[in-house]
Design a protein around this ligand. Structure first.
Ligand code: 3BY
Ligand code: FES
Ligand code: FE
Length: 419
């Protein structure tokens, strides 16, 4: 523990972390306790549980959480463990139930988590003391976040205040999950997140990703630009400004907000124009789905990015959205769960072709996973030493690491104060 505090305190700013942060089982355990045990985690969307009685199970390290829609339509979350002798309660990732029934001795819980039936427990047994343990859950315009801590970070309200207007026009609650893909990446969760926070690698690795994910100019060292390139950058800045103005006038908040490392629940958003006449994240950059999201009437709503610390990123277009969550599986393995959302009335094969809808991100995710694997392999070698981030393209990677170090230190300091 002291060792970890020392390593965090002496971290060289602007550099990747020392190897044990990516490899050591004890630091992984600390990550699970501090980062994944005490922060808001993105785990899914309301359309994962569209009807009362729908349940989604999400495993976070050794913990498992059942997220469900109760009989009144409210979203609730519970520790997925029976209050009798501790059996795991729900086993499928997705299911629909009337009540939650434990397979072991058939204790029955209603959809509010109340224990309503338990045989042979005797007269003195108080069912009301044995309900399922709730887990904090919040829906940000249909994006579901849970927090395993008793006292979750309070700043989710601020996140919601800023982000709700950006998300509302896409009306996620009126979408359906057209496809979900689980990819096990061969790397530490922080390598997955670091890779996500830059596009330095995009040109060389993502041939299918033809739409920009960052503003033009992001990544250019001014001293490397010639006259013509400087001109292009200036033109792009004007175009971006015009786009933002027009979108905002049309009710689509668009301007960048970057709170990645100055909030406990760090986040960032920005709406960017897509290449050329681009409408969506598809190979030909045209819409994949003919029914647009929400009340949008123009498919050219750009690409709205939304990132959260510690474990998510999202792309909202006019015709569909793609949401990603990272769930650590071990020091050197992480689950990347991707969901593609389209209007709930869109019909596969009529309004959209599934292969076209998912093509770009299926390919891009696999490429990113390979890159994460290269890094995991490298950080385990004796020859690895922390390397420098580019001040022009990897500022947001630095913000992620800066956030991580700050959150770890703040929690470890608290624990010490108590001890
Ligand atoms: O999904 C993203 O936003 C990131 C950014 C660049 C690489 N990665 C695909
Ligand atoms: Fe669930 Fe016994 S452990 S009913
Ligand atoms: Fe990538």
């Amino acid at each position: 523990m002291n060792d970890l505090v020392a390593r965090l305190t002496h971290r060289k700013k602007g550099y990747t972390l020392e190897a044990p942060f990516y490899t050591d089982p004890e630091i992984f355990a600390a990550d699970m306790e501090v980062i994944f045990g005490r922060h808001w985690l993105f785990v899914g969307v309301e359309p994962d549980v569209p009807e009362p009685g729908d349940v989604m199970v999400v495993d976070i390290g050794k913990n498992s959480v059942a997220v469900l829609r109760d009989d009144d339509g409210e979203i609730r979350a519970f520790h997925n463990v029976c209050r009798h002798r501790g059996a795991r309660l729900v086993h499928e990732e997705k299911s629909t139930v009337g009540n939650l029934v434990c397979r072991y001795h058939s204790w029955v819980y209603d959809t509010t988590g109340k224990l309503i039936h338990a045989e042979h427990m005797g007269e003195d047994f108080d069912k009301s003391c044995h309900g399922l343990k709730p887990v904090h859950v919040r829906s940000l315009e249909g994006l579901l976040f849970i927090c395993l801590a008793e006292n979750p970070p309070q700043d989710f309200d601020e996140l919601e205040r800023v982000m709700a207007p950006y998300l509302k026009p896409h009306n996620l609650r009126e979408t359906k999950v057209a496809y979900q893909h689980d990819l096990i990446e061969p790397g530490n969760w922080k390598l997955t997140m670091e890779n996500n926070r830059e596009c330095y690698h995009c040109g060389a690795n993502h041939p299918e990703l033809t739409v920009p994910l960052f503003a033009y100019g992001f990544g250019f060292a001014p001293e490397e630009l010639d006259e013509t390139e400087r001109e292009h950058a200036a033109q792009y800045a004007c175009m971006l400004n015009d786009n933002h103005r027009d979108w905002e006038a049309a009710g689509l908040p668009s301007r960048e907000v970057d709170r990645l490392d100055d909030m406990v629940t760090g986040f960032r958003t920005e709406r960017l124009p897509l290449s050329g006449d681009g409408e969506s994240h598809t190979i030909d950059t045209k819409r994949a789905c003919n029914k647009l999201m929400g009340n949008l009437t123009n498919a050219k709503a750009g690409g709205l990015h939304f990132w959260t610390q510690p474990n998510s990123w999202h792309h909202f277009m006019g015709d569909h959205a793609v949401v990603f969550s990272v769930l650590p599986l071990g020091p050197d393995r992480s689950l990347l769960r991707t969901k593609w959302l389209v209007h709930k009335d869109a019909v596969e094969g009529v309004d959209y072709d599934l292969d076209n809808l998912i093509g770009v991100w299926m390919a891009t995710n696999q490429q990113d996973s390979d890159l994460v694997g290269y890094c995991q392999s490298g950080v385990e070698m004796d020859g690895y030493t922390p390397g420098p981030y580019s001040p022009h393209t990897e500022m947001l990677v630095e913000k992620f690491i800066n956030w991580y170090v700050g959150r770890m230190l703040s929690h470890l300091a608290e624990t010490r104060a108590v001890a």
